[in-house]
Design a protein around this ligand. Sequence first.
Ligand code: ARG
Length: 462
Amino acid sequence: MKNKNKAVWGTRFNKATSKIFEKFGASIDIDKRLFEEDIFGSIVHTQMLVKQKIISKKRGSKIVNGLKKIRGEIRKNRFSFDKKYEDIHLNIEKRLFSIIGEDAGYLHIARSRNDQVITDFKLWIKKSSKEVTKNLENLIKSFLQKSEKNIQTIMPGFTHLKNAQPISFAHYLLAYVEMFKRDRKRFVNNIDYINECPLGVGALAGTSYKIDRNFTSKKLGFKKPTNNSIDTVSDRDFALDFLSSASICAMHISRFAEELIIWNSDIFKLVKLDDKMLTGSSIMPQKKNPDPAELIRGRAGKNFGSLQAMLTTMKGLPLSYYKDMQEDKALVFESYDTLLESIIIANELIKSLKPNKERMFSLSNEGYTTATDFADYLVQNNNLSFREAYKISAKLVNYAEKNKKKLNQLNFNEVKKVKNNLDKKVMNVFNVRNSVNFKTSYGGTSTKNIKKMISKLKKEFK
Ligand code: ARG
C-alpha cells in the first residue's frame, strides 16, 4: 500500500484527504489562538518525560528548544499555519519535525491530542476568566465612582416602567454593582472546577508509561490531575461554565444598556451621554443615537447563542471524544470576545453618563410615588392596619388625580379630607427626599445606607 497521505496520522491511508474536507475539518484558523498554551503544555510534558527517564535529557532539550523557537516564530508572526495540518497541535508538531528532525517524534509519547487539546483549552479559559474578572472590577469601580457623586440625586424607581417609589440614583447604580460582583464571582468560582489537569490521560484510557501526572499538573498551575481518563476527554463542562457565566454577565450588561437607551430617549430625558459615545444619522441632522448601548444589547444574543450551541452539541454525545467537540473553541472564543468588548464599552458608557438631575427629581414627584409613604405613616402614627391605610391613601391619590395635583402639591386641609385627626407632620411624607431617607432598612435606599455601602464596596474594590 502506497502512503499518499502526508498527515501525522496518514500512515494507513492510501488517499490524500479531499481538499474540500480538509478545509471543512481544519480548525487551525480558530485554535491557533491556543499556541501559547499548547507550547507551554508540550514543554512541561517533555520535562516530565525526561524526569521520568522515558526520553533522554538530550532529546528533551532538543524538543524544548525547538518548541521555544516555534513560539518565537508564532509570536513574531513568522509562522505559516497550514490547513493541511488541521489544528494547532499538528501544525506545531510538523514544524518541530522540520526544525529538529526525527527527535520530534518523541514528544507525543504518553499523550493524545484528546488530552492535549483540553489542557490547552483549560489553560486558556483560566487566563481569560481572569481577564474578564479584571475588567469587571474596572466596571464596578466606575459604577462606584458614579454612585458616590449621586447619593443625593433623587429619581423615580420603576416597576412595570411606571413610577413606583422615589430612590437615589446611586442606589440604582449600586444594584448593578451587586450583579457585576456576582458575575465576577462566577468566573472566579469556575476556576475551581477547571483546576484539574487533563494531561496524561491519553486518548481515553490512560497510559502504560510511568508518567508523573502530579508533576505536569503542578507545573501547569493546576490543583491536581483529573481522576478519570474517560471523563477527562469527554468533559466540556468547563466550557459550559464559562459560556453560562458569560451569558448571565452579558444579560446584566444588556439590561443596563437597555435602560440607558430608554433613559436617553427624548421621552424620558433622564440621562445624557457624551458625544463620543453617540452616533449621528445620515439623513436626520438632529439625531444623536446611543449606538454603543444598542450594540451591547444586540450582542448579548451571541453569548446566549454560544451557550445554546454548546449544550446542543454535548447533549447527544456518547463518551468519550468525538470531533463534534472541536466546535467548542469557536463558541468560547466568540463569547469571550463579545463579552469583553461589552464590558469595556459599558465602562465607557457609565463614565460618560450624566444624569439629568432636575428632570429626575421632577419625575420622582410624578405618578404619586409617595402614596405608600402616606399609608405607612397612617400605620405607624394612627394605629391602622396596612390594608386600611392603603385604602385611605388610594382615596388621596384619586383626589389628587381628579384635581390635577401632585401629592406634594396638596395642602393639609386637602389631605385631612381622606382622614381626620391627622398631625400636621404628615405633610413630610409627600417630600420625595424624605421618602428616600425613610427607607433605612438594610439594603434600602436611604442616604445613610448608601454612604455606608459605598464605603464598604470601595474598600473591596480598591
Ligand atoms: N482539534 C481537535 C479538537 O479540538 C483535537 C483533538 C483531536 N482528536 C482526535 N481524536 N481527532 O477537538
